[in-house]
Design a protein around this ligand. Structure first.
Ligand SMILES: [Zn+2]
Ligand SMILES: [Zn+2]
Length: 286
């Protein structure tokens, strides 16, 4: 498996996950042209995309869904409630490209098994994902005001996690957001603080955990250095280092992709992808 964020935060979100049988996006919250550019900058190939999964209907997650799906003829996966809520923004797609997934049932995309994880957010519905394939498990959740019971149990000892660290509570409450917005962000249906994420990671990180990406940082109420420092300090003293010496924690950049993370059996597939790319086997799709 290889994965990485293409952009992360309130100005636009997208995560790329790929392997031997192709790749897919979790959300497409940037204009299509920027998504294509960032996929290539990450070292991946847009022509290998097999679909887009949408977590919820907020515009920072769906801005480019319709345009990208039409351009690359991709299927879009979302629950019925999210389809209803995002219909207008996404625009017209052929019926065969509008796939409805049930929250309680796993489904398959690009050779991976995907299970929806319940999150808590002020959208019609919202979901994280547990992704299995290539011998590894990746847990993904952003846009949630609390760590839900579903997240709590299913993210334990994943090989990798992409998890929201949205704000520093002191910065939020002392900052210049209006009171109603502060309450929204900090509330049960808002976003996770650095400390909420640090606490959850204490429970989740196990001997298999190698990579953690802190995502969806607030531009106003957080900094990458502060998010990282808070989480690392909270993990210190919890024997995390003894449990998993390979663990690396990084922060997802706001506007750019970071270098793709490659785990498990897919190291080979990733090598093939890169060689084909160098040899011009995949061309830039315009
Ligand atoms: Zn968001
Ligand atoms: Zn949201």
């Amino acid at each position: 498996m290889f994965f990485g964020t293409l952009a992360s935060g309130s100005s636009g979100n997208a995560i790329l996950v790929g392997g031997r049988e192709g790749s897919f996006l979790i959300d497409a919250g940037l204009p299509a042209a920027r998504l294509l550019e960032n996929i290539r900058r990450a070292g991946a190939v847009p022509e290998q995309l097999r679909g887009i999964f949408v977590t919820h209907e907020h515009v920072d997650h769906i801005r480019g869904v319709g345009a990208l799906a039409r351009k690359l003829n991709l299927p879009v996966y979302a629950t019925a409630a999210i389809w209803e809520a995002m219909e207008e923004t996404v625009g017209s797609l052929p019926a065969a490209r509008r796939l409805v997934v049930a929250a309680a049932e796993d489904f398959c995309l690009a050779g991976f098994n995907l299970a929806l994880i319940r999150t808590s957010h002020d959208s019609r519905e919202s979901h994280g994902l547990l992704i299995r394939g290539g011998g590894v498990t990746l847990g993904v959740a952003t846009d949630t005001g609390v760590v839900t019971p579903d997240m709590r149990t299913k993210f334990r000892n994943c090989d990798a996690l992409i998890i929201e660290a949205n704000h520093d509570s002191d910065m939020l409450w002392r900052g210049r957001y209006p009171q109603y917005l502060k309450r929204r962000v900090a509330g049960e249906f808002g976003h996770l603080s650095n400390r909420q994420t640090g606490e959850a990671l204490r429970e989740w990180i196990g001997e298999n955990t190698q990579k953690v990406v802190l995502a969806h940082l607030s531009e106003e109420n957080n900094t990458p250095a502060l998010a990282l420092k808070t989480v690392v300090e909270m993990l210190r003293g919890h024997a995390v280092r003894e449990k998993c010496a390979r663990l690396r924690i990084r922060v997802a950049p706001r506007h750019e992709p970071h270098e793709l993370i490659v785990l498990g059996e897919e190291r080979d597939a990733y090598g093939v992808l890169q060689r084909n790319r160098m040899a011009g086997g995949f061309t830039a799709g315009g």
